[in-house]
Design a protein. Structure first.
Length: 115
């Protein structure tokens, strides 16, 4: 069964609370994605000091909440249940949901199976 991916964002984006943008949205399509297949979401995070809690939503559904306790740069991957990723009209949001701090994220990629 073939797989595909879509690079949602490659450039670094910094969120900051309380003095700055606390969220960022990206709209994207996933050619050939099927809503009966799970998705893997991958992203790189470089928390600032102090670190904040960040929630990631895909098409309005919370897929991951991370409370950064240190400034160590790392990558994340999250299995997203079937039915969340659509072939067109997707939206992913990164939002600082708790605490005062900064987060720079990049390399946001969705991996998915095709029929």
């Amino acid at each position: 069964m073939p797989a595909n991916y879509v690079v949602i964002s490659d450039a670094p984006v910094t969120l900051a609370s309380p003095n700055g943008d606390i969220d960022r949205d990206f709209d994207f399509d996933a050619d050939g994605a099927r809503d009966d297949r799970a998705t893997v979401l991958v992203w790189r995070a470089a928390p600032g000091d102090p670190a904040a809690e960040v929630t990631v939503t895909l098409n309005g559904r919370t897929v991951q909440t991370v409370n950064f306790g240190s400034t160590v740069e790392r990558t994340f991957h999250e299995a997203v249940e079937a039915g969340v990723l659509q072939e067109t009209g997707n939206n992913i949001q990164f939002r600082i949901t708790q605490g005062s701090g900064r987060l720079t994220f990049s390399d946001v990629i969705a991996l998915y199976k095709q029929p």
